[in-house]
Design a protein around this ligand. Structure first.
Ligand code: NAD
Length: 393
């Protein structure tokens, strides 16, 4: 079966997927596409059709291991392959733009890794290309939205359980970025755009926007630091410049009035993957920490001081109360990192079939709004000024 090279992505029983990138996210996405029909009843069956990566030998082994039918080292072939319905972009940040736009122009749906791009300019081009490709849907892998505890938090906030939100406090702390870590695309501005900021603050800005349903209006101040200026070049005894931030902190306020703090670091000794967020409202508070991703903590202030206190909810109920949980294992047979990606793959398939996702899926326009916040924080840090989001277009 062959589909048109341009125009409307076909509707059929299969959804033919092509993946660009075969390493960290390549593995996470391959696992998700491969698992999704086993755990979710979906209108279409995902076919792992074609994989793309730079290293031909590694790619052949990767494709065989994850079940991709064909593979190529040229992303151009994959972006224009008439058989594909969806192209999944899991390459370094500077390599989102060209494949995603080529795939959109070929009439395909596109799922792209975060941040949408390394720079605001490229993110804007992606947003505009998505708008132009009217029949294609776009998705950005902000996977943490689909941890059941996070999706539950969103539902509780929508139900008004926090009342008026006053505080959003978010951190994403890691510690792998010390001087012994070799140079890679992640430490080079030309390829990554930024360091901990685009890598980690992107996730917590998305989470804060998703959970509150509100937009950030102003950045009040920010600080960015590069502690490690050069790193060993793998396979040589030379060193190269590490020119991205190792940490970025900033203060912000939401249009609805809440104040917020964000902190991302790759050198936060003692923390491995501490992606955490707390929201305090006048009726209650919620907090989530990814290292205990099955738990959501809820403080219901309407109970009054006699019985109010932080309550630990294990968000794994199979009776349907907890988003996505019923698709997996019995109560408290806990979920892990990969389930967020599979839950997202399920919602992507649903969305393409015209079915509402369990919770909102970020598209290119949505991820562009996160990118504007990231840009505003960088301007604030560089110029040592407050920046209104209306100034960042
Ligand atoms: N959602 C998340 O939680 C999450 C986590 C990690 C990374 N990411 C994002 O995923 C993207 C990829 O990150 P990663 O950690 O997988 O990187 P990685 O370095 O592990 O893998 C990058 C892949 O891109 C491929 N590649 C590079 N240039 C290519 C080219 N010209 N043609 C074809 N393939 C090419 C490489 O072969 C490699 O397979 C980045 O945008 C990153 O920010 C997201």
């Amino acid at each position: 079966m062959r589909g048109p090279a341009t125009g409307n992505p076909r509707m059929s029983n299969e959804l033919f997927v092509g993946l660009i990138g075969q390493k960290f996210m390549g593995r996470a996405h391959s696992n998700a596409w491969g698992q999704v029909n086993r755990f979710f009843d979906l209108p279409r069956r995902v076919e792992l059709q074609a994989a793309c990566g730079r290293d031909a030998d590694e790619l052949a082994a990767f494709s065989a291991r994850f079940g991709w039918k064909t593979h190529t080292t040229r992303w151009e072939d994959l972006a224009s392959d008439p058989k594909l319905d969806l192209v999944d972009v899991a390459t370094p940040n500077h390599l989102h733009l060209a494949p995603a736009i080529a795939a959109l122009e070929a009439g395909k749906h596109v799922a792209c890794e975060k941040p949408l791009a390394g720079t605001l300019g490229e993110a804007r081009q992606l947003r505009d290309a998505a708008k132009k490709a009217k029949r294609s849907k776009t998705f950005v892998w902000f996977n943490y939205r689909r941890c059941p505890a996070v999706a539950l938090a969103r539902q509780l906030i929508q139900e008004g359980k926090l009342g008026e939100i006053h505080h959003v406090r978010a951190q994403y702390l890691q510690s792998w970025g010390g001087p012994d870590t070799p140079l890679s695309w992640r430490f080079q501005k030309k390829q990554a755009g930024s360091g901990a900021h685009g890598d980690l603050n992107a996730h917590i800005v998305d989470l804060a926007r998703f959970l509150t349903g509100d937009e950030i209006g102003e950045i009040h101040g920010a600080v960015a630091r590069t502690f490690v200026q050069e790193r060993g070049i793998p396979g040589t005894d030379k060193k190269g410049k590490s020119d991205v931030d190792d940490t970025v902190l900033f203060l912000a306020s939401f249009r609805g009035g809440a104040v917020a703090s964000f902190e991302a670091s790759r050198v936060a000794t003692g923390h491995l993957n501490a992606n955490q967020i707390e929201l305090n409202g006048d009726k209650g508070a919620l907090r989530f920490s990814f290292e205990s991703m099955n738990e959501l903590w809820f403080h219901d202030a309407t109970l009054g001081p006699r019985t109010a206190g932080w309550r630990r909810i294990v968000a794994t109920s199979t009776a349907g109360e907890h988003p996505y949980a019923a698709n997996w294992w019995p109560d408290a047979h806990v979920l892990g990192y990969e389930h967020g990606f599979t839950n997202m793959a399920a919602d992507i398939v649903r969305s393409i079939a015209g079915i509402e996702p369990v919770v909102a899926l970020p598209d290119f326009a949505d991820a562009y709004e996160t990118q504007r916040v990231l840009e505003a924080a960088l301007v604030s840090a560089k110029e040592r000024i407050a920046v209104r989001l209306s100034e960042i277009r």
